[in-house]
Design a protein around this ligand. Structure first.
Ligand code: PLP
Length: 474
C-alpha cells in the first residue's frame, strides 16, 4: 500500500463518519446554540496550536481534534436565527456535491483536462441566465464570489473602452471615473483600486429616500466629468444592496448609460434572482441591458462557499480580456471551451457541480418559493417591529433585509448608537440569535437578513426576545 493511501475500508468508514456528521449537523442546527461563549481569538489559538504533524496521527485523533477544536467553535451558519451578513444555509445535497467535486478534482481551466466539468459549468451558467433573466446568450464564468465577479465586471469595462491597456498598461488610459452609490458593496470600490484607477476615480452618486441611486444625479456627474476631460468608464448599480436590500432603478440607469455611452455593471450578488421572484421582479427591470452582471449562487441558491458568477452580453470580450497563449496548455484554437480564458484563474474548482446537484435535486421552483417565503417573513418581522414600543424599524423590508434599532426611553441619538453597537457582540456571544450591525447615515442599525431556508415564523419572536435579553445584560 503506498504510504499516502488509507486502506479502502478505513477510507470508507471515514467517509461514512463524514456523511453521518454532515447529516446530523445540518438536521440539528436549529437546536444548537449559534456560538460558543468560550470562543475568542486567544482561546482558539491556544486550543489549536500544535507543531507541524510530521508523523501520522490517524483519522480517529484528527477527527477528535476537528470535533473539539473546530466544530465546537464554528458559528452555526445556516441556523434559523443566524441572520447576519450574507451567509446562507447550505443544502445537504450541495454539501455532499462538494465532496464529489473534490474527488473528481477537475480543474475547470481547459476543456481537455475537464471535459464534462467544463460542459457542466457551461450548462449551469445557462441555467443561471434563465433564473436571473440576464441576456440569454451572454458568456460567463463561475467565480469565487461576488467580489471577484465585480472585479471581472470592472476589467471587462476597461477592456471594452481601452483594449490597448493589456499591452501598454495604465499609461494607455486617460483619467477615468466609475460611478457608484454610497450603498454599493465595497468590493466595487476595491475593484476600481485593483484595476489601477485608484479610489479617487470613484464618484459617489447620491441616493433617494429609498437608498436607490439617482439617475438624474448620475447623468449630471457623467457630464461634469466629460467636460473636465475625464472619461466616464463604468457605472456600478446594485439589485439588493448589502445594508438594506435596496434596488437601484436599473432600467433608468441603463437608459443614462446608453445615452452617455458608459458601461453598466449590475451587482446582483444578493438580489440576482429577483426576476424570477414575482414580488421582487420590478427590481430586475432593465437588467438585460446591463453590459455585465454578477450574482452569487453562494448567497441565493443555498450552496456552500464558494460560488459567484459573472456574465457579459458582449460575446468574445471575456477571452479578449483574459486570454493568454501558453505553450503548455490548450489555446483558443484547440477544441472546446477553455474557462482559463474567461477569468483571472487557471486552476479552478468544479464549482458548477454543487449548483448542478442543487438545482436537479431540489428544483429551481422550491428555491424561488423559499425566497418568496423569506421575503414575506422579513415583511412580517418589519410589522412586528412597528408594533413593538422598544424597537424602531429603520428601513422597509427589502428583498428579505430589515434594519432596526433597540430603543431606550430618554436616550440621546449618540447613546442609542452606543447601546445598539454594544448589544451586537453580546447577542452574538449568547448564541440564541445572530445579527450584524450597519450604519445608516449617523444611525447605528441592527440588520436582519433573512437568508436561511430554515427560518420560520416561530423564530421572529425569539429574535426580538434575544435582542431584548442582550440589551438588558449590557
Ligand atoms: C451586494 C454585494 N455585492 C458583492 C458582495 C461580495 O460578495 P462575496 O462576499 O461573495 O465576495 C456582497 C457580499 O455580501 C454583496 O452584498
Amino acid at each position: 500500500m503506498p504510504e499516502l493511501e488509507l486502506p479502502p475500508n478505513a477510507l470508507r468508514s471515514f467517509g461514512r463518519q463524514v456523511a453521518d456528521f454532515v447529516t446530523e449537523y445540518l438536521t440539528t442546527l436549529a437546536e444548537q446554540p449559534i456560538t460558543d461563549p468560550e470562543t475568542s481569538p486567544g482561546h482558539l489559538r491556544r486550543l489549536l496550536d500544535e507543531p507541524l504533524p510530521r508523523t501520522p496521527q490517524g483519522v480517529a485523533a484528527t477527527w477528535d481534534d476537528f470535533q473539539r477544536k473546530i466544530v465546537t467553535h464554528a458559528v452555526r451558519v445556516g441556523h434559523p436565527r443566524f441572520l447576519a451578513w450574507m451567509r446562507t444555509s447550505p443544502l445537504g445535497g450541495a454539501v455532499f456535491a462538494e465532496a464529489l467535486a473534490a474527488a473528481l478534482n477537475q480543474s475547470v481551466a481547459v476543456w481537455q483536462g475537464a471535459p464534462s466539468a467544463t460542459e457542466t459549468e457551461r450548462l449551469v451558467l445557462r441555467w443561471l441566465l434563465e433564473l436571473t433573466g440576464y441576456a440569454a446568450d451572454a458568456e460567463g464564468i463561475l467565480t469565487s464570489g461576488g467580489s471577484m465577479a465585480n472585479f471581472v465586471g470592472m476589467l471587462l469595462a476597461r477592456q471594452a473602452a481601452f483594449p490597448e491597456v493589456r499591452q501598454q498598461g495604465m499609461r494607455a488610459m486617460p483619467p477615468a471615473a466609475v460611478y457608484l452609490s454610497p450603498e454599493a458593496h465595497y468590493s466595487l470600490v476595491k475593484a476600481v483600486e485593483m484595476m489601477g484607477l485608484g479610489k479617487d476615480a470613484v464618484r459617489c452618486i447620491p441616493v433617494d429616500h429609498a437608498r436607490r441611486m439617482s439617475p438624474a444625479a448620475l447623468r449630471r456627474a457623467i457630464r461634469s466629468d466629460r467636460r473636465r476631460g475625464i472619461v466616464p468608464l463604468a457605472v456600478g448599480a446594485t439589485i439588493g444592496t448589502t445594508a438594506t436590500g435596496a434596488c437601484d432603478p436599473i432600467a433608468e440607469i441603463a437608459a443614462v448609460c446608453a445615452e452617455e455611452g458608459v458601461w453598466l455593471h449590475v451587482d446582483g450578488a444578493y438580489g440576482g434572482l429577483a426576476a424570477s421572484i414575482p414580488t421582487a421582479a420590478p427590481c430586475a427591470r432593465g437588467l438585460s441591458q446591463a453590459d455585465s452582471f454578477s450574482m452569487d449562487p453562494h448567497k441565493t441558491l443555498f450552496v456552500p462557499f464558494e460560488a459567484g458568477a459573472v456574465f457579459t452580453r458582449h460575446r468574445g470580450l471575456m477571452p479578449a480580456t483574459f486570454g493568454v497563449r501558453a505553450a503548455y496548455l490548450p489555446n483558443a484554437e484547440d477544441e472546446g471551451l477553455h474557462f482559463r480564458e474567461y477569468g483571472p484563474q487557471l486552476s479552478r474548482a468544479f464549482r458548477a457541480l454543487k449548483i448542478y446537484f442543487t438545482l436537479k435535486i431540489y428544483g429551481a421552483e422550491a428555491i424561488l418559493h423559499t425566497w418568496e417565503r423569506l421575503h414575506r417573513l422579513a415583511a412580517r418581522f418589519a410589522a412586528m417591529l412597528d408594533d413593538a414600543p422598544d424597537f424602531q424599524r429603520l428601513t422597509p423590508a427589502s428583498l428579505g433585509i430589515v434594519t432596526f434599532r433597540y430603543l431606550l426611553p430618554g436616550r440621546s441619538p449618540d447613546e442609542l448608537n452606543a447601546v445598539n453597537r454594544a448589544l451586537v457582540p453580546v447577542l452574538q456571544r449568547q448564541g440564541e440569535a445572530f445579527l450584524s450591525l450597519t450604519h445608516l447615515g449617523n444611525t447605528e442599525a441592527l440588520r436582519a437578513c433573512f437568508i436561511s431556508h430554515r427560518t420560520t415564523e416561530d423564530d421572529l419572536p425569539r429574535l426580538l426576545h434575544a435582542v431584548r435579553a442582550a440589551a438588558r445584560s449590557l
